[in-house]
Design a protein around this ligand. Sequence first.
Ligand code: KE4
Length: 425
Amino acid sequence: MDNASKRFFAEARRLIPGGVNSPVRACRNVDSEPLFIAKAKGCRLTDVDGGEYIDFVLSWGPMLLGHAEASVTAALCAAVERGASYGAPCPDEVALAREICAAMPGVEMVRMVNSGTEAAMSALRLARGVTGRDRVVKCVGCYHGHADPFLAAAGSGVATFAIPGTPGIPDAVTADTLLVPYNDIRSAGECFAVHGRRIAAVIVEPVAGNMGLVPPVPGFLETLRSLTGAHGALLIFDEVITGFRVAYGGAQARFGIDPDLTILGKIIGGGLPVGAFGGKKRYMEEVAPEGKVYQAGTLSGNPLAMAAGLATLRKLKTLDYGALEKRTHDFAAELGQILRAKGIPARTPSLASMFGIFFSEREIFNMEDARQCDQRRFTTFYKQMRKRGIYLAPSAFETGMVSFAHTDADLAEALDAARAVTFSS
Ligand code: KE4
């Protein structure tokens, strides 16, 4: 059946690689075509054909308040009247830096950038600069954006498309990227035993959101903290998803771990392009122009992104994270019961406002486990839920997210849609 989304997609594919500006949106591995979205409000998206969907992707994380939230929209409209970009400091940059440093226990100073990718690559350069070392440890299945050093065994779209190792990245670059399985305390220790004095940093998603939702097992983050401390390496928390989501102060506040550097994105921009890297003053003071580690950006600290981010954080600070966590937990638990009642092995973990959907008997601890899940059933589930107006991430290697705009009625509607899903044998 032809429709406007199909027509837009046909033209987009002639003009944009894969018809999308980010691969996972192509919906290829769930045997679907992308919906083109006309507008969004609260927890709902409306596509260009007038179809309405309850959104559990939230633009991959930024829209924790829901779409077009009143205070964010008002702040953004006021900001745009003052001009879109100055290329010079503005008061809101200071205000947002103050808010982030006050919220995140491990962040004493912060530099704004324009994406999580930029934040990750800048934090790694800083870690290498202050330690004089080259190696970085990352976990298989974690995703830290698409900068060269991080595309070894990455999650998210890299895992979705099973891209073995992206062409265009010199072997010399990935030779300095060491891989350990997520949640594997023993492997982390072995890696440091062999490479310890040459490791500049460990970068980790403190709650993995790019292999589906995989929480840290007790002791895993603590082990990374002690190993890095003992070997003079830096611990970088990638809080692009978890920052201001798993707690207002992020995973570092929730778990009581004190990282040396933190990267942020998504929520702190309220939907506008943004990223940030921050951490201990003794390291951040090494960033140009204060120090010698160069990092720059035309639109860093952009007044529109600052206004939207500030309004978002100020609103979030007034909201009840515990209540959202309980609603998400109850929703995910009931979703799992519905699937298992159909005789379908399914695990639906949740943490804060994040939830996973794994078609598997066993609990998921790492990327290897996530890969064993039944992708065919995930595709069936995705397609039938979308037909019933429920918008899930088009990949088993992403994480579902509930916003403060999702009402009990919205969640009940999604569960009713799940009850109606049928799986072939
Ligand atoms: P961006 O460069 O996409 O702003 O951020 C990269 C990034 C860094 N760290 C984590 C933990 C992330 O999840 C991301 C980006 N997340 C993906 C989805 N899981 C973005 C969606 C996409 O690539 O289209």
